[in-house]
Design a protein around this ligand. Sequence first.
Ligand code: 2AL
Length: 247
Amino acid sequence: MKLLLINPNTSATMTEAMIESARAVVAAGTQVVGRQPSFGPVSIESHFDEVFGAAGVAEQLKLAQGETFDAVVIACFGDPGLDAARELTDAPVLGIAEAAFHAASFVATGFSVVTTMTRTCGIAERLVQRYGFERSCRGIHGTDIPVLALEGCGEEVVAQIEAAARLALQHDRSGAIVLGCGGMAALCRTLQQRLGVPVVDGVTAAVKMAEALVGLSLKTDKTGDYAPPLPKRWVGWAAPLGEAPAP
Ligand code: 2AL
């Protein structure tokens, strides 16, 4: 199968790192193609950043409409543009936060999220509510590590995340850690070894769950609100996004 991994921020370095993590876990027949938007912020750490990340996800799906992908993963923890993406394709589309919450709830009764900037905790909290994980998510913890500081990060950053995770496990009485940023994917195994509890990275969780959904022949429903957007006139810089896909 062919999987499209869209990094909603514009850091090509982060896209590459996430592709590497994804390729390390996929089945032999799975091809992973990584893309990021042509515009927008290099990292997503606010609601404002997220608006453009979501538009960038939509842009990349529009551009990919001439190609065939069996599944799509949106690889930013705010899951920007997830519902819009589901309107633009009938392939299953998974957000890394949604996938991580599901995975963590399979292996522990309660989990804690350890994320980047504390200001993004509110975004994660709303996602927990939106997806209905209030009963299993026991806490969301910021580390104040900027997203871009995760790129090629060293022991200092890993130790900081580990310390935050230890405090979270103790304080929340949880049994698993969800890593709250796509840029943390490469740290997952190390942290799991050190912490001795399940540590879930959403990128790899989403990729494996996408494989499972494809294996089950499950596609996105097109009979309701995930039907393609209605054709209409668009104006301004976004006009190409409103164009009908080439036949
Ligand atoms: C993210 C993420 O996963 N990628 C990004 O740019 N921002 N989310 C986060 N909470 O740091």
